[in-house]
Design a protein around this ligand. Structure first.
Ligand code: MSS
Length: 363
């Protein structure tokens, strides 16, 4: 039996039983360990670092952390302590990697083979970016993008644009973006971007730049590889390039998290989580016969806003045999999960209900 990899030091406070250590930079929550909580505890939240995580020292004095602002009326640098004087808000939202569900595609894909566990629903507390930017005279008139730069120290001798984590999102994200410094009410740990990270509710994980050290309003997208050719939706076999859709807004999605193991016949409670993407999740249907017929499930957790997920449940009776259990969510915009999400080169954005179904053996 292969020995499970140990948790990396910067994330050694995670619950080992609930985590799959793909690499030191990619930790996934197991489907069983995830369960269907309204809020995902930090100690089971997935981790994705494109670069090695910085040393935990950077979180020693959070209020002293400095963020530079460019492309605004009055550019300048502010400490997190100063930023907090503009006011603080909290929001619950799904954090999900662009590649979550990659393992379920039939075609071969490079990159971490995430199943459902590169996602969580968490509470962020932070400074609304719009307030800070308004105080600085607003974004420059020509700005089309809000560009966030990660604070990792880059190895010397390499062209920084090839490795730096710098992401541009449309300036419309300013309405909802937060400079977050707390995760579920605790100071943001380095594993999740402490002392401060950009949070863009409704947008895929990659846009939520950790160790945020610069926020710029720019006319063009960042020249960084992670922006120009990385995280682009494209057909299998095609290289990434600007012009292809960037992994921005998340889509409607759900998955069953219990039961996953063999159960006895009779009453069974099917549970899972459902998210709406950028429009609130409005309903979930569950199928016990692989999509032949569907029954409406019930939300069992609170409505924490449009960007949050909701736990759902269907109480049913199952007979002896094998049952293919699927869930299919719908959002307020009227979008539902497709049966299959189209194959794409990097295996991004999978929300197909069929691939996320589970097989339950009832005896
Ligand atoms: N940031 C930075 N700075 N760095 C890195 O690496 N990554 C990304 C984000 N941000 C990074 C950042 C990704 S890619 C993701 S998912 C996220 O983050 C995650 O988070 P967490 O906290 O979980 O770790 Mo895919 O789309």
């Amino acid at each position: 039996l292969a020995q499970a990899k140990p948790l990396p030091a910067y994330a050694d406070w995670k619950k080992p039983d609930a985590m799959i250590v793909h690499t030191a930079q990619t930790l996934e929550t197991t489907r069983a360990g995830m369960g269907s909580p309204a809020i995902t505890p930090a100690d089971i939240l997935y981790v994705r670092n494109n670069l090695p995580a910085p040393s935990a020292d950077i979180t020693a004095d959070p209020d002293a952390w400095e963020i530079a602002f460019e492309g605004v009326g009055e550019p300048g640098t502010m400490s997190l302590g100063d930023l907090k004087t503009y006011g603080v808000e909290s929001i619950a939202c799904v954090l999900q990697c662009s590649g979550n569900g990659r393992a379920f595609f039939d075609h071969e894909t490079s990159g971490t083979q995430w199943s459902v566990g590169a996602a969580g629903n968490v509470f962020w507390t932070g400074v609304p970016l719009r307030r800070v930017v308004a105080a600085m005279g607003g974004p420059s008139a020509s700005a089309r993008f809000l560009t966030g730069t990660g604070g990792e120290t880059l190895p010397e001798g390499l062209d920084p644009t090839t490795i730096i984590v710098e992401r541009s999102v449309p300036t419309s994200a300013l309405d909802v973006a937060l400079i977050a410094f707390e995760l579920n009410g605790e100071p943001l740990p380095v594993a999740h971007g402490g002392p401060a990270r950009l949070v863009v509710p409704g947008y895929y994980g990659v846009n939520n730049v950790k160790y945020i050290k610069k926020i710029a309003f720019t006319e063009e997208e960042s020249p960084a590889k992670i922006q120009q050719s990385g995280y682009r939706m494209r057909p299998v076999g095609e290289s990434g390039a600007p012009g292809q859709p960037s992994m921005y807004e998340m889509s409607v999605k759900s998955w069953v998290t219990a039961p996953l193991m063999d159960v006895s016949s009779g009453r069974v409670v099917i549970q899972g989580v459902a998210m709406g993407g950028v429009s609130a999740v409005s309903g979930v249907d569950v199928s016990l016969d692989g999509g032949g017929s569907w029954k409406a499930a019930e939300f069992t957790g609170p409505d924490l806003g449009a960007y949050a997920w909701r736990p759902f449940e269907l109480v049913t009776d199952l007979s002896v045999g094998t049952h293919v259990v699927a869930s299919r969510a719908t959002n307020a915009a009227g979008d539902s999960q497709p049966e299959n999400f189209p194959p794409n080169h990097r295996g991004y954005g999978n929300n197909g209900w069929k691939a996320h179904a589970i097989e339950l053996t009832v005896s």
